[in-house]
Design a protein around this ligand. Structure first.
Ligand code: SF4
Length: 288
């Protein structure tokens, strides 16, 4: 399916060598393969992006989409899905976008389980605005908004998602492109809210690539079972997003379970809204 062109003619303004290029490649390959396997139709795919370096991916993908407000990727994606449940909706957010401005939306989506996919380009920094700390930035990080060093510990999005009830929780890394492609495919076909935290070093303001590449290991190689919630929590606690020297960093699907989606709970959405015949009795409505 090499001839399925998902590329646009927009000039790419990511820094040369940025790991966002790997995410773009992995997503395009995942989409091509899913279309070839007849699990997806290009016309039914919609992408939503937030604000940050990640958001530019919208410009480089020849797909239907919506460039939304800072932190509002998830409510926009849910709105699109509720409007037409036949669509496959994929959201892209940054770590600042999703875990600072958008944290409430993230937790509620984990809980309510709308059938959308949320991919977070987690470079542990606000990169577009030159390197301010985000909720996943390590303690003691020095940047424009924390010249004396960040005073709080990073949050762990994997434990947060598990605790909030997400039905698909995964981590991958832009340093491992084939792994990333595989996880993206599984996340997109999962029925329910699928969350993938993609470690994406920002080579200009927060280059964690040397740290990550020495410590990452694939859960699949350990014959890990992603259906065991307790084990998922234990694995999620192996790395707390600090840059300590002792941690190993698991990547892969931590947890996966089929449960009722947000849309399935609504009898009004048994059919797409545009197929529902509404019989309005105007005589009765305007009768005095
Ligand atoms: Fe990539 Fe960082 Fe440059 Fe943004 S600032 S394009 S995340 S390298």
């Amino acid at each position: 399916m090499k001839n399925l062109n998902l590329q646009t003619k927009a000039q790419n303004t990511w820094c040369p060598g940025c790991f966002n290029f790997v995410i773009l490649w992995a997503f395009q390959e995942a989409i091509r393969e899913l279309i070839k396997e007849r699990k997806l139709q290009k016309k039914n795919l919609v992408v939503v992006t937030g604000i940050g370096c990640h958001g530019k991916i919208y410009d480089y993908l020849d797909l239907n989409g919506f460039y939304t407000l800072h932190g509002r990727v998830i409510p926009t994606a849910v709105g699109i899905k509720l409007g037409n449940p036949e669509l496959t909706v994929v959201g892209f957010g940054g770590d600042g976008d999703t875990f600072a401005e958008g944290i409430a939306h993230f937790l509620h989506a984990c809980n309510t389980n709308p059938d959308i996919t949320m991919l977070v380009h987690d470079n542990q920094v606000f990169a577009l605005t030159t390197g301010q700390m985000t909720p996943t930035t390590e303690k003691e990080y020095k940047g424009p908004s924390s010249p004396e060093g960040k005073k709080t510990n990073p949050i762990n999005p994997i434990t947060l998602a598990l605790a909030a009830g997400a039905s698909f929780v995964a981590r991958s890394s832009a340093t491992h492109k084939q792994h990333l492609k595989r996880i993206l495919k599984e996340a997109i076909v999962h029925k329910g809210f699928s969350f993938v935290d993609i470690l994406q070093p920002c080579i200009t303001f927060h280059n964690t690539a040397p740290y990550l590449s020495k410590r990452i290991y694939d859960l699949k190689k350990e014959r890990y079972n992603p259906r065991n919630f307790d084990l998922a929590f234990q694995k999620a606690l192996e790395w707390n997003y600090s840059l300590d020297q002792k941690s190993r960093i698991p990547i892969g699907i931590f947890y996966k379970k089929r449960r009722e989606t947000f849309e399935e709970g609504f009898f009004q959405l048994k059919k797409p809204w545009y197929q529902v015949q509404r019989k309005v009795n105007y005589r009765k409505l305007f009768h005095h």
